[in-house]
Ligand binder design. Structure first.
Ligand code: WTA
Length: 650
C-alpha cells in the first residue's frame, strides 16, 4: 500500500478478533457468490417463532420489491430482551449517563423487560394496535428506549423525531405518517439547559390538527418536573399509567416484512421522506454488523454517542447491541459539558471498551487542546468508531494518536438512514486501515461506482456510489409513497440503489467517500436538504427568493450558506439577518441555523430560470476564480455582485 496514513492491523487487534483477513475474504466471497445460502445461515442469529424457508426475494427493477425471510415470524423486542433473560437477566442492558455528571442509572435485562412490558401494556390500554404509527419525541432518557421497544413488542410502528426539531417539523412528521399517538417528556435537559418538549408537542398537535390529523393521546414522561400545560383526557403521565398495568406482555408474532419503524430523513427535494424499515432482515443486519464491525465480545461495554432520534441511535445504541446481549450506554448530554473532558470521563467512569462517535465531535474536541483528553485514563478503550460524515485524515490521526494512544483501531463506518446498517467499514482484526477511508464493504455488499453516463467504473476511479444487490437491512419503501422510493433510489441508475454520495476507489480497492453529489448537506453529521432551509426562508414575508448551499466548515464539516433576495422595498441589514436566522431555527430547529446569510439582489439563473447552484457553491467556498462558464446565465452581471458581497472571505 503506497498511500500515506496507512495503519496495518496490529497483532493485538488480531489476537482475539472474531474475523481475521482470511475469514473476511472467504465470507465476503461466499456472501456475494451465494447470498441465499450466506443469509440463510446468518438469519439464524436471531430467534424466530416460526423459521423462514425463503431467504431473499428482491428486485431493484421495475416497481422495486425487497423481501427477506418473508415467511418467518419473529419479534424485535423479544430478540433484544426476552431471549437474553435466562442467561443475562441480571446483566446491565443499558447504562444511562445523565446530562449532569452525578446523574446515572443502570438497567438490567430483567428490569428492561418489565419496563418495556408495562409500557407496551400502556400503549395497548390506550388503544394502540399493530400497524399504528406512534411518534416518539423524547430526550435521551431510558423511557425513549422503553417506548421504542414497547412499540416493537406490540407491532406498532415508531417514528422517532429528534428532540431538537421545532414544533413545525414535528407536526409535519406527525401528519405525514398519520400518527394519532405521541410519546414525549415534560422537558429535555442538555448542557444544563431545558428543552420544552411537551410545549413543542402541544404546538405541533395544534398545527397537525389544521392539517386534519388529530392526536388523541399523549404519554408524558417526567424528566425535569418543569411546569407544563395539560389537556385532560388527552395527556397521561407515563409513571401513573405504567403503575396501573400488568408487568408482562406477550410479544406479537410479527412477519419478517412487517414494518418496524419510520424515520424521516432529508433528500434533495421536497419534504423529508419517511424511510421505512421492517423487522427480520433489519435485525439480522444490524446485529451482525454491530458484532463484526466493532469486534464486539461478550461483556464489552459499548457506547455510541448518537441520539436515538437518528438512525445511528436506532441501529447502534439499541437494536444491534441489545440483539447481541450487549451493555449499551445512553448519554443524555453533550461532549463539552461541563468540560471538554466529559466524553473521556464517561469512558473512564463506565470502563467503556468500544466508543462510536461522529467526526464533528472529534474535530471540536481536537480544537480545544489535547490536555482535556490527556488528563483522563481511557485505558479501557479498545475500538474507536466514526460515523455520519467524511472524517478528514487530520481528525482521524488525532483520534487514533491522542484519544486511542495508537492502541485502538479507528473504524470509519459509511452508511445511511436508508441502508439501515453499516455498509463500508474495516473489520478491526481483518482490514488494514487508511486514515480517511471507510475501507472495504461488509458481507453481502457490492458497491459500484458509476459515471454520469451510467458507465460502471472498474478498478481505480471516482463516481457515484451505488449498490448492485439488495441486503437485509435496507429500507423497503418511503412511507405512503412507494413511487418516490423508486424515483429517489432506483431511477438514476436503472436496477441499482443510488446512495447520493460520491466516492473514489483507490488502487487497493479501498473506498473514500467524497460527500453528497445532490442538494443534501451534512452539518455536524446532521443530514439536511438545502430545499428545506430554502422553503423556511421564503416562508418569511420579507424574503422573495432564497438559495442555500453548503460550504466547508472546520468543525461542522459543512456550514449553511444562504443567498437571500429580499422582497421589494425591504432594506438589508444585520437585524434582518438575525431575524432570518431566528426564523429558520423556529421553522426547522437549531440544527438548521444558517451560518452565513448573503443578501443578493439577483441569483444566477439560466435562461430557463434554473438557479445555477454550482456557481453559488463556488462563491460560498470563496473559490470564485473557478466559476466555469457563466455565459449561459440570463444576467451574467449578478455574479459580480455576488462575489463582491460574499460572506466567506478568507
Ligand atoms: C454521510 C448516518 C463519509 C453520507 C448513518 C451519507 C458519511 C449520509 C459517513 C447519511 C462516513 C455517513 N464517511 N460520509 N463514514 N457516514 N456519511 O442518513 O453523505 O444521517 O449519505 O445516516 O452521511 O446520513 P444519515
Amino acid at each position: 500500500m503506497s498511500d500515506a496514513h496507512v495503519h496495518p492491523v496490529q497483532p493485538a487487534w488480531k489476537k482475539n478478533a472474531l474475523i481475521d483477513n482470511e475469514t473476511y475474504l472467504k465470507w465476503y466471497a461466499d456472501s456475494v457468490g451465494d447470498p441465499d445460502k450466506f443469509w440463510d445461515e446468518h438469519g439464524k442469529r436471531i430467534d424466530w417463532f416460526k423459521p423462514y424457508t425463503k431467504v431473499k426475494n428482491a428486485s431493484f427493477e421495475g416497481d422495486v420489491s425487497i423481501k427477506w425471510y418473508e415467511d418467518g415470524l419473529t419479534n424485535v423486542a423479544y430478540n433484544c430482551i426476552d431471549r437474553h433473560l435466562e442467561r443475562r437477566g441480571d446483566q446491565t442492558a443499558i447504562i444511562w449517563e445523565g446530562d449532569d455528571p452525578s446523574d446515572d442509572k443502570t438497567v438490567t435485562y430483567k428490569e428492561l423487560y418489565e419496563h418495556v412490558c408495562r409500557f407496551a401494556n400502556v400503549l395497548k390500554k390506550h388503544g394502540v394496535k399493530k400497524g399504528d404509527r406512534v411518534t416518539i419525541y423524547m430526550p435521551m432518557v431510558l423511557e425513549a428506549a422503553y417506548a421504542m421497544f414497547a412499540c416493537a413488542r406490540i407491532g406498532a410502528v415508531h417514528s422517532v423525531v429528534f428532540g431538537g426539531f421545532s414544533p413545525d417539523a414535528l407536526a409535519g412528521r406527525i401528519t405525514d405518517c398519520k400518527s394519532n399517538f405521541v410519546i414525549t417528556a415534560d422537558e429535555g435537559l442538555r448542557a444544563g439547559k431545558r428543552i420544552p418538549l411537551k410545549d413543542n408537542t402541544d404546538k405541533a398537535i395544534e398545527i397537525a390538527a389544521k392539517d386534519g390529523i388529530k392526536v388523541d393521546k399523549v404519554i408524558v414522561t417526567r424528566r425535569t418536573g418543569g411546569k407544563i400545560d395539560w389537556v385532560e383526557g388527552r395527556d397521561f403521565w407515563l409513571h401513573e399509567e405504567a403503575a396501573s398495568v400488568e408487568p408482562a406482555c406477550e410479544p406479537e408474532h410479527m412477519r419478517a416484512e412487517d414494518p418496524l419503524f419510520i424515520l424521516y430523513t432529508s433528500g434533495s427535494t421536497g419534504k423529508p421522506k419517511g424511510v421505512l424499515h421492517t423487522t427480520g432482515g433489519y435485525l439480522v443486519y444490524v446485529s451482525m454488523t454491530h458484532q463484526y464491525v466493532f469486534d464486539y465480545h461478550d461483556g464489552d461495554i459499548y457506547w455510541c454517542t448518537a441520539d436515538v432520534g437518528w438512525v445511528t441511535g436506532h441501529s447502534y445504541i439499541l437494536y444491534g447491541p441489545l440483539a447481541n446481549g450487549a451493555t449499551t450506554l445512553m448519554f443524555e448530554g453533550v461532549p463539552n459539558y461541563p468540560t471538554p473532558s466529559r466524553m473521556w470521563e464517561v469512558v473512564d467512569k463506565h470502563k467503556v471498551n468500544i466508543f462510536y462517535t461522529a467526526p464533528t465531535a472529534i474535530r471540536a474536541l481536537r480544537g480545544v487542546g489535547d490536555e482535556w483528553v490527556e488528563k483522563t485514563s481511557r485505558k479501557s478503550l479498545r475500538i474507536l468508531g466514526s460515523v455520519g460524515e467524511p472524517i478528514n485524515p487530520e481528525a482521524w490521526e488525532w483520534y487514533f494518536n491522542v484519544v486511542g494512544e495508537q492502541r485502538c483501531p479507528v473504524i470509519d463506518t459509511w452508511w445511511q438512514t436508508e441502508t439501515g446498517g453499516i455498509m463500508i467499514a474495516p473489520l478491526p482484526g481483518a482490514i488494514d486501515l487508511k486514515a480517511g477511508s471507510a475501507t472495504l464493504p461488509f458481507f453481502g455488499i457490492i458497491p459500484e461506482l458509476l459515471d454520469g453516463d451510467g458507465n460502471i467504473i472498474e478498478g481505480e476511479g471516482s463516481g457515484n456510489l451505488c449498490m448492485r444487490q439488495a441486503w437485509p437491512g435496507m429500507t423497503r419503501t418511503v412511507f405512503g409513497d412507494h413511487e418516490r422510493y423508486v424515483q429517489t433510489y432506483f431511477s438514476t441508475y436503472k436496477g441499482k440503489y443510488f446512495s447520493g454520495d460520491g466516492c473514489r476507489r483507490d488502487a487497493d480497492g479501498y473506498y473514500w467517500i467524497t460527500g453528497r453529489v445532490d442538494d443534501v448537506i451534512n452539518v455536524s453529521g446532521h443530514r439536511m436538504g438545502t430545499a428545506e432551509v430554502e422553503s423556511a426562508l421564503v416562508a418569511h414575508d420579507k424574503v422573495a427568493e432564497a438559495a442555500v448551499v453548503g460550504y466547508p466548515h472546520d468543525i461542522k464539516g459543512q456550514g449553511i450558506y444562504c443567498y437571500v433576495t429580499l422582497a421589494e422595498g425591504v432594506a438589508a441589514n444585520d437585524d434582518l439577518r438575525k431575524e432570518l436566522i431566528a426564523h429558520v431555527r423556529h421553522e426547522i430547529g437549531a440544527i438548521a441555523t444558517p451560518d452565513k446569510i448573503q443578501f443578493a439582489p439577483g441569483l444566477p439563473k439560466t435562461r430557463s430560470a434554473k438557479i445555477m447552484r454550482r456557481i453559488l457553491r463556488k462563491i460560498a467556498e470563496d473559490e470564485f476564480s473557478a466559476l466555469g462558464d457563466t455565459s449561459t446565465l440570463a444576467d451574467p452581471s449578478v455574479v459580480d455582485d455576488l462575489i463582491a458581497n460574499r460572506q466567506n472571505k478568507r
